[in-house]
Ligand binder design. Structure first.
Ligand code: FE
Length: 432
């Protein structure tokens, strides 16, 4: 395939959160890695160009999963009903023991190969993915993802307190291994880049946070972590870092809250006014993980973030969330948003409901999350990365009904799976 070509099908994308743009049997034109434009007809100047015609199939921009844990993929779909005496149980029973196994590079190769292969048959083209403490396994994950043509960030974890024995670094190790890893990444792993990843405040000492902040400044790498996911976690952070106006300050004081490089914070369920104000001033993107939050009885105030002009993308949070398919998380985003309004804001029984609709949720999954990456991603507008996913929903349709592309996309968000992923392009390259 030459570097300039077109694909044709029912194009659906969101320039804004308010509505879908649909081009039935439209043309999407690629030059090198970039979109030249989406057109209802092939413009004269492109006559004779190579066109792959996907017929009645839907074509959407590749989605960005801004929060998932690669080493937790093995226990996805489990652990939601253990006794609710705190996060410790889930960490002790599932997350930490499983993550510990990635010290073994053979195990890591088997497990990460499965993850990377399965991720190919999803709508995700870009991501920000947590790995484990282990530098060799993290580099292997980056290699496997790069070989499959993905783009995005992978983070070697930092944890030098409050983990399990055997799955924790010393402060000296966490700093040394992070520097070594960043050096090893230079010139390697294609479009897979490193991102500095302290797991969250309770698992990083002040000394390691200070050192990581300096590393971020020196290497100019972005940052990701967790923020204000649960009330008990916020209380714990208050004990560990007394006197702060909000949890976010525990990152901000070390230059790891969007003041130096762009930062992703996962969850952000319980911001106080100080945290909202700080996030408005910083380059922080919220990774909204609606399914995971709901399974713990929480709903993040996403409309509030958007009203404050704070950037929001979506995360599957595998394995706090069950499926890698980000499209399947959109109903959680929309339904949770209306539930939050109904339960916390509604004043009057006759009031018009307020919440995120499907175009808004799709926007967050595509252009919202895509805005975290240095190149524009997540839309079919000119100048965006050529990331596209072709969806074949024949399995879900019948010849005696005819639905429009938006209705078909809605059904895919509630009923679709890997069987509907027909083809996939990342940075102009066909990867599936
Ligand atoms: Fe997480």
């Amino acid at each position: 395939m030459s570097s300039t070509y077109a694909i044709r099908g029912n194009l659906i994308f969101t320039k804004t959160p308010e509505k879908f743009t649909v081009l039935e049997h439209g043309y999407l034109i690629c030059e090198d890695r970039t979109i030249l434009g989406a057109f209802p007809e092939l413009p004269d100047r492109y006559r004779g160009m190579e066109v792959t015609d996907y017929g009645e199939r839907l074509i959407i921009p590749g989605l960005s999963d801004l929060h998932l844990h690669a080493p937790q993929y093995g226990f996805r779909g489990m652990g939601h009903y253990i006794p609710r005496d705190g996060w410790t149980t889930w960490f002790d029973l599932y997350a930490f023991p499983e993550e510990s196994r990635y010290a073994d590079l053979d195990y890591a190769r088997r497990a990460y190969t499965r993850l990377a292969d399965d991720l190919l048959t999803t709508t995700t083209t870009r991501f920000a993915m947590f790995a484990t403490l282990h530098r060799p396994a993290t580099e292997l994950l980056m290699e496997l993802l790069s070989e499959r043509g993905f783009a995005g960030y992978v983070g070697k974890l930092n944890m030098d307190r409050n983990s399990l024995p055997g799955y924790q670094e010393t402060t000296e190790e966490t700093i040394r291994e992070t520097i070594l890893w960043l050096n090893n990444c230079q010139g390697h792993f294609g479009d897979i880049k490193p991102i500095v990843t302290p797991r969250y405040t309770p698992t990083s000492t002040d000394t390691s946070m200070e050192a990581l902040g300096k590393i971020v400044e020196e290497y100019r790498v972005p940052v990701m972590s967790h923020l204000s996911e649960g009330l008990n976690e916020i209380e714990w952070v208050k004990e560990l870092k007394p006197g702060l106006s909000c949890y976010g300050e525990a990152y901000d004081m070390y230059g790891m809250f969007g003041s130096v490089t762009p930062t992703i914070m996962a969850h952000c369920v319980y911001p106080n006014e100080a945290e909202l104000a700080l996030m408005s001033r910083r380059n922080v993107t919220v990774a909204h993980c609606a399914q995971c939050n709901l399974s713990l009885g929480n709903i993040a105030p996403i409309r509030t973030y958007l009203e404050h002009g704070i950037r929001v993308g979506l995360g599957t949070d595998v394995a706090g969330g069950d499926t890698l398919e980000l499209l399947r998380h959109l109903p959680f985003v929309t339904d949770a948003s209306y539930a939050r309004w109904n339960l916390t804001e509604r004043q009057d029984p006759m009031e018009e409901p307020k919440g995120l609709d499907l175009p808004a949720a799709f926007y967050l999954a595509s252009k919202g999350g895509g805005s975290f990456f240095p190149q524009k991603a997540g839309s079919f507008e000119e100048g965006f990365c050529f990331d596209a996913v072709v969806l074949d929903d024949q399995r879900l349709s019948d010849e005696w009904h005819s639905y429009n592309p938006i209705e078909r996309l809605e059904r895919l968000t509630r009923m679709g799976d890997d069987r509907e992923i027909h083809a996939k392009y990342i940075n102009g390259k066909k990867v599936l």
